[in-house]
Design a binder for this molecule. Structure first.
Ligand code: AMP
Ligand code: MN
Ligand code: MN
Ligand code: MN
Length: 336
């Protein structure tokens, strides 16, 4: 790239841009040597000029597998500079109403959300519903049925653990689930770490609860297209969560997944999220453009101790993408 210099100060454009960007650059970048400032340069400047807000549209509270209460979660997000926030508990919307109140206390814009456990080609895919009407009865019934499946699965998982000599795991996991209707593998993992079976959450998910490993029980979630329809029925936008986290080796790679999601009526995809490495921000940005999907951003925050990225530390979306919030009144101040 040829650099232009300011004729008066002699500062070259690249340096000026880097200075402008510095306050907005996420700490997350520092961790990855593969990050190149060239990747973001002018596009980021234009987004800063056009749009100032920090959005985080994926987070969990104690209503699902997060460790913070709704008030603590919203206070933390606000303290870290989040302007537009969604609570997206797994298969559960009981936290939405209190979260909206807390967001207002902190002057944060808020949209109702949920992360729905879904199924595509035999694998679990997570679909975030954003700006949903949490009072929609069809959606509420759908979520209630998914939560029932969670309990049944958890009991079966307990039985699978017992088969390999690890007893009391179902009861142990339930003791970690503040919402008895919403038990997740995360609660199992916390129990297995705290009871000394594993040294870390990463170790748990490496050794247990996936195909071929002890504690595994096949998922039976909603088909991807049914989830998308349920979200649309509640007036929301369906966003494919953390696409880089799925093993798409046998299903056409990320391209195959995003194509199927788009053809099923999906609206958007998380481009910037904690599960993605910087090269994936570009990869999924390109795929979002290819399939005309809106772009979203979310930390997938679960806990101050477990999350890889802090609120406010993710980079902004490239202005070459259309944000999922582009026409939301809650995001109007972003474009002021
Ligand atoms: P479930 O929805 O019950 O199948 O559990 C999925 C949850 O497990 C995700 O939402 C994450 O919170 C958590 N999880 C999955 N993989 C990992 C991992 N490798 N390390 C930590 N947590 C994980
Ligand atoms: Mn989770
Ligand atoms: Mn997820
Ligand atoms: Mn999540």
């Amino acid at each position: 790239m040829t650099t232009q210099k300011n004729p008066v100060t002699g500062t070259d454009l690249r340096t000026k841009i880097a200075q402008l960007l510095a306050p907005y650059m996420p700490k997350a970048y520092d961790k990855y040597s593969s990050y190149s400032p060239d990747f973001h340069h002018v596009r980021s400047v234009s987004i800063i000029l056009a749009m100032k807000g920090v959005a985080d549209l994926h987070s969990h509270s104690r209503f699902s597998d997060g460790t913070l209460s709704v008030p603590d979660l919203m206070a933390l997000a606000a303290s870290r500079g989040v302007d537009l926030m969604a609570l997206t508990d797994h298969d559960e919307i009981s936290g939405v109403a209190p979260a909206r109140i807390e967001a207002a206390k902190h002057g944060m814009h808020f949209v109702a959300g949920v992360e729905i456990s879904s199924q595509w080609c035999g694998m679990a895919v997570h679909i975030v519903g954003l700006r949903i009407d949490e009072h929609n009865s069809a959606l509420r019934e759908t979520l209630a049925s998914v939560r029932e499946k969670r309990i049944t699965r958890a009991q079966a998982m307990g039985a699978e653990f017992a088969k390999v000599g690890i007893s009391g795991v179902f009861e142990g996991a339930m003791a970690y689930a503040p919402n008895p209707e919403l038990v997740s593998r995360t609660h199992f993992a916390r129990h297995l770490v705290d009871s000394g079976v594993c040294g870390s959450m990463g170790e748990v998910f490496g050794r247990f609860m996936k195909p071929g490993k002890p504690g595994y029980v096949a998922d039976d979630w909603l088909a991807m297209i049914d989830t998308i329809n349920a979200i649309h029925g509640a007036g929301g936008r369906a966003v494919l969560a953390h696409p880089g986290r799925y093993d798409t080796t046998w299903t056409g790679g990320p391209n195959g997944l995003l194509k199927a999601f788009s053809e099923a009526g999906g609206d958007g995809v998380e481009v910037v999220c904690a599960a993605h490495y910087p090269h994936e921000w570009a990869e999924y940005g390109a795929l979002a453009r290819k399939f005309s999907l809106l772009a979203s951003i979310g930390s997938d925050f679960h806990s101050p101790h477990e999350s890889r990225v802090k609120f406010g530390d993710l980079p902004l979306l490239s202005p070459s993408l259309k944000p999922v919030w582009h026409d939301w009144p809650e995001a109007e101040s972003f474009y002021a």
